[in-house]
Design a protein around this ligand. Sequence first.
Ligand code: PMP
Ligand code: GLN
Length: 383
Amino acid sequence: MREVNLQSKLPGIGTSIFTVMSKMAVDYNAINLAQGFPDFNCSDELIELVNHYQKKGYNQYAPMGGVQKLREQISKKIKKLYGRKYDVENEITVTAGATQAIYTAITTVVQTGDEVIIIEPAYDSYVPGVKASGGIPIYVKLNPEDYSYNWEAIRNSISDKTKLIIINSPHNPTGSLITEDDIKQLEALIKNTNIFTISDEVYEHIIFDGEKHISLAESDELAKRTFLISSFGKTFHTTGWKMGYCAAPDNLMKEFRKMHQFIVFSANTPIQYAYADYLQDETHYNSLGDFYGKKRDTFRARIKNSNFKLMPCSGTYFQLLDYSDVSKLNDMKFSEYLAKEKKIAAIPNSPFYDRGDTNKIIRICFAKRDEVLLKAADILSRI
Ligand code: PMP
Ligand code: GLN
């Protein structure tokens, strides 16, 4: 066929590392500790609720902003956990996963030439959204020792073109958390500016050791400029259902919805009804920290005498491993070796950086059945 030349809007951006490594897991028949998803099923009750609403005929378009009773539950949850009331009608939108919410929020605020502060390591969907919207990513690294925020570096990266800062806590891939002091620093930094924030809080309920998740919604200064984003996929073991939400002040949400209605219009109807019922029992999400904390500990205990160094992990279902005592290969090559030769698929850390990362670090996902975690830890311990 005759080729028609298409100028890429995203030159230099290839296939997501999660897709690459999941394929490698299949190709090499390796245990998939790479892409972040559970290898166990979600609750029967939730599946029955979806079936129930499908059979009752809830199979046509949901309202553009989302099913009313789900928005009510989201508003109630945010108010109870973070003390801020988002108006059900005008300040909450149900989205097709957090990925769509993030893209929509980015493209709502970013115009050609705007600068966006990207904190590295960064989840892979942020930068393409910025670039596709004509924005310019400005990269600032977390402190490499403990993945805490480097506020001086962030301050130095702000210019009169800065439009947006993207924050992610609990943080993928490092498992680090934003602190009260970070919130104060961020408030001081963007007070009296027109800078917006996107707060990616998809792991809000996966937090360990008695720590409490701090939402940007808790701060008056930040909430008024924040698109707060979360995902039911992480919380209810349903990553394949692709449903999340965005909460934001009405003036921001009004613009967000202008985009949302033409990107997706609305999200899956019966699943929204099912989540609305399921969310009424708070234990379904309040027990998540204990549940995944045990998995983290199971994996860490089994691998602690190995040649891998365990990095701290305060939240998310990811654990970083430093393999500098194991191999001199770079992280891409090492991950390929692990998948091919040792039958363990992991995620190299460098794709979370614009310019890669020379540290020898891989990420594993511990949202897996205990027997799988133990088997994988035993294989890794023998390397
Ligand atoms: N943000 C982060 C930090 C994530 O890790 C993920 C996916 N694991 C997402 C957003 C996307 O969430 P969803 O699957 O709901 O689109
Ligand atoms: N968020 C998941 C991870 O970090 C992957 C989601 C995806 O594949 N886009 O592994």
